[in-house]
Design a protein around this ligand. Structure first.
Ligand SMILES: [Cu+2]
Length: 180
């Protein structure tokens, strides 16, 4: 929501809180989140925007300066992208354990799973993706990206094979965006 609209929603909620609390909760929940993609040496690599959809989230990634080729990406469970290896971002977003990874795995329950992105010869990638495995605010019993410790989007060095455990062979974490 644009800041001005959000301000108006907050004002309207102040007035309507007694009559329509459900509507107010809806208006107050964030409907977008974003973060800057950082490399392990702190280099800026673009940004990530997440928009709440009725049954999941839309993700737009605009990345530069990456190594060309396919890269696995996932939602990780903490909104903390600290150098040098982004282990601070934690494991993948998940609702239940043990976590079984892989978009092509029949037993998967890994809510952080996302399709690979392709970085062109110029080092750029511009993609829009959709996931129904998470929500922005934890609705429908699915993990919320904006929970108390936040979340991040991590780009890995290698493609995700969508099957092997625990991260599809995607390798090192090469870029990370803390979402807020
Ligand atoms: Cu990952």
């Amino acid at each position: 929501m644009f800041p001005r609209l959000r301000q108006l929603a907050l004002l309207a909620c102040g007035i309507a809180a007694f009559t329509a609390p459900a509507l107010c909760n809806r208006a107050l929940a964030a409907d977008t989140a974003s973060g800057s993609l950082l490399g392990t040496d702190g280099t800026a690599h673009g940004n990530v925007h997440v928009t709440a959809a009725p049954h999941g989230v839309l993700v737009r990634i605009t990345a530069q300066g990456l190594i060309p080729g396919w890269h696995g990406i996932h939602f990780h469970e903490k909104g903390n992208c600290s150098a040098p290896k982004f282990t601070s971002a934690g494991a993948h977003v998940h609702a239940t354990t043990p976590v079984v990874h892989g978009l092509l795995n029949a037993n998967a329950n890994d809510a952080g799973d996302l399709p690979n992105i392709f970085v062109g010869p110029d080092g750029n990638a511009t993609v829009e993706l959709y996931s129904t495995l998470v929500t922005l605010n934890g609705t429908d019993g699915r993990p919320g990206l904006l929970d108390t410790d936040g979340s991040s989007l991590v780009i890995h060095a290698n493609p995700d094979d969508y099957r092997s455990q625990p991260i599809g062979g995607a390798g090192d974490r090469v870029a990370c965006a803390a979402l807020r």
